[in-house]
Design a protein around this ligand. Structure first.
Ligand code: 6PG
Ligand code: SF4
Length: 605
């Protein structure tokens, strides 16, 4: 089943554009593959160090080059509810590997930041760069070169993108991603938001707010809104890094453990020592990347992936642009309504038919490429399934349903919630930006209002609390880009801007910073490039300038006489206050070399 001709055309132009870098990348992957079983190039001393702490049996196995060895890269910590379940995964993976006649070793750990803990805090200024630090940290583990395949334990925002960059950098190895699954449903996300707004208006106190937050985020597993973390799960499934049906099974359940053990065995089965060798660098190609972007649009996924997918693709020599993402958005319909794009959470998304139903609809309508390679074999059609626990405790896969079990949450391709995708690119005399329209009411897709300029999100919060913002306005929050302060998420502003919007004002945010994947109802033109610290046009905007954000036409403009605007000097504020404190001083070198948002805001390329 071939993809829609428009999808094919965009895929072809990505292939053409990427050819120079993709050819070099594939040549390097094949050269590494050509060196044979990797630990066989190690000296006896290297090898002895590599298995010194192993059992006698594993030492014997690893002394030769016939037994496959899995490198586990884990992002376990107790800070992220989504990653806490990984504490027990290495033992489960070792057991599964032994059952399959292989070996598994933890090759290394990577840091993982919880953006929920750092949201609105200085620590958030390390968040985006942590993606590339995670890629480097995973590379340190895999550089021991003891492994025939790698399994990656990661879920949340920057962790999966960082691990994918590492997996593709070590593209000569098969790579299987193993998730931990979503938290069970707690206080509904819209109720959490309502209570936050009551607190922002001074109508309730901290005890009531903390009670609501704790009922929302209440146990192990990924937070249940459709933010970056759950967008990551969708991507790993539709791009073929997960086993079919792995994404949205709750932690600490028999099916979850069965999926984890199956993933470990599958990773051992697809090494060069077997007959289904599937190196990640060849498995992921331009079609896989396009399938990921399509999945993002069809589900109203996180705006952060206009940064991460670009950086992930680049790791495999594939050059994905915002124009590609925007053009795909014009083609792909919105088929899922999961908070903030609706009231349901990911548990209800899964119960409605989940990834199997979604992929089946996208394949039927020709929006995705079926002729792709995955860790499960060939063809995306293998993912149109519903995972169950079999009698023998193993995973059983039944065909995904033809109909959505909840048409308010998952729609069929012939009757979508919106004719186009969740993400729109904006261009104009202020530069290039991104806006997530899937969660914004249509009457707010175009906003024309005077600018109120801020250099710090706290100043906007203070202006709100002082009652200075009860009017139509565009909050122009600048010096939030990668080089300025690490491009933090400004999701805390959703609450005051949401209160003002609910009071009937036409409000929007324009920033060179980011929002959370969980942000939604307030129109926000984000990732503005060039950023203010690079003297982008946003550095010349003044209070009162009329700003037009138009998600229909795809434009972002300041409505000031061009000659007058160009004659203005860019503002150059003192940013030294955010150059130290809570680790920001050690990230200064990364701020200096960070690339622009439309190229992934990466420090790696
Ligand atoms: O991109 C994302 O999805 C966010 O970074 C998300 O991971 C973050 O944790 C939010 O801040 C959670 O939402 P609240 O802050 O509203 O709890
Ligand atoms: S989804 Fe966000 S808040 Fe929840 S655990 Fe992951 S990073 Fe933390």
């Amino acid at each position: 089943m071939s993809a829609d001709s428009r999808i094919e055309a965009i895929t072809r132009r990505i292939i053409e554009r990427s050819k120079p870098t993709r050819d070099v990348y594939l040549e390097r992957v094949r050269m590494q593959i050509g060196k044979g079983v990797h630990r066989s190039v190690l000296s006896c001393g290297n090898l002895a160090h590599g298995f010194a702490a192993c059992s006698v049996g594993d030492k014997a196995a690893l002394s030769g080059d016939q037994v496959a060895n899995l490198g586990i890269i884990t992002s376990y910590n107790d800070m992220l509810s989504a990653h806490q379940p990984f504490e027990t995964y290495p033992a489960l993976i070792r057991q599964a590997a032994a059952e399959a006649g292989g070996v598994a070793q933890v090759a290394g750990g990577v840091p993982a930041m919880c953006d929920g803990v750092t949201q609105g805090q200085p620590g958030m200024e390390l968040s985006l760069f942590s993606r590339d630090v995670i890629a480097m940290a995973a590379g340190i583990g895999l550089s021991h070169n003891m492994f025939d395949a790698a399994v990656f334990l990661g879920v949340c925002d920057k962790i999966v993108p960082g691990l994918v960059i590492a997996a593709l950098t070590f593209g000569h190895l098969p790579a299987v991603f193993i998730p931990a699954g979503p938290m069970t449903s707690g206080l509904p996300n819209d109720e959490k938001t309502r209570i936050r707004q009551l607190y922002a208006e001074g109508k309730i106190g901290r005890p009531e707010l903390l009670e609501a937050e704790s009922k929302s985020y209440h146990g192990p597993g990924t937070c249940t809104f459709y933010g970056t973390a759950n967008s990551n799960q969708m991507l790993m499934e539709i791009m073929g890094f997960h086993l079919p049906g792995a994404s949205f099974i709750n932690p600490n359940t028999p099916l979850r453990d069965a999926l984890t053990k199956e993933a470990a065995k599958r990773a051992l089965a697809i090494t060069a020592l077997g007959n289904e060798f599937t190196p990640a660098g060849e498995m992921i190609d331009e079609r896989s990347i396009v399938n990921g972007v399509v999945g993002l649009h069809a589900t109203g996924g996180s705006t952060n992936h206009t940064l991460h997918l670009v950086a992930m693709a680049r790791a495999a020599g594939i050059q994905l642009t915002w124009q590609d993402i925007s053009d795909l958005s014009d083609i792909v319909p919105l088929l899922a309504r999961v908070y903030p794009n609706g009231l349901a959470d990911v548990n209800r998304f899964h119960a409605a038919g989940g990834m199997g139903f979604l992929i089946k609809q996208l394949l039927k309508a020709g929006y995705v490429h079926d002729d792709v390679r995955t860790v499960y074999g060939k063809g995306l059609a293998a993912y149109t399934i519903d995972p169950r626990l079999g009698e023998d405790g193993n995973v059983v896969r039944e065909p995904a349903p033809e109909d959505s079990a909840d048409p308010k949450v998952l729609a069929k391709a012939e009757a979508p919630f919106q004719p186009n995708g969740g993400l729109k690119m904006l261009k104009g005399n202020l530069g290039r930006a991104v806006i997530k329209i899937s969660a914004v009411k249509p009457e707010r897709h175009v906003i024309v209002a005077p600018a109120v300029v801020f250099h710090d999100q706290e100043d906007l919060q203070a202006a709100f609390k002082a009652g200075k913002l009860d009017r139509d306005f565009v909050a122009v929050l600048r010096f939030q880009g990668p080089k300025a302060n690490g491009m933090p998420e400004l999701h805390r502003l959703t609450t005051p801007l949401g209160v003002l919007q609910d009071r009937g004002y036409k409000v929007a945010l324009l920033t060179d910073g980011r929002m959370s994947g969980a942000s939604g109802k307030v129109p926000a033109a984000i990732h503005l490039t060039p950023e203010a610290v690079d003297e982008g046009p946003i550095a010349r905007v003044k209070d009162g300038d009329m700003i037009r954000i138009d998600a229909v036409a795809g434009t972002v403009e300041v409505l000031v006489d061009p000659a007058e605007f160009d004659a203005r000097e860019p503002v150059r504020p003192d940013l030294s206050a955010n150059e130290f404190g809570l680790g920001r001083e050690i990230f200064a070198p990364l701020r200096r070399i960070a690339g622009p948002a439309d190229q992934g805001a990466s420090v790696l390329y």
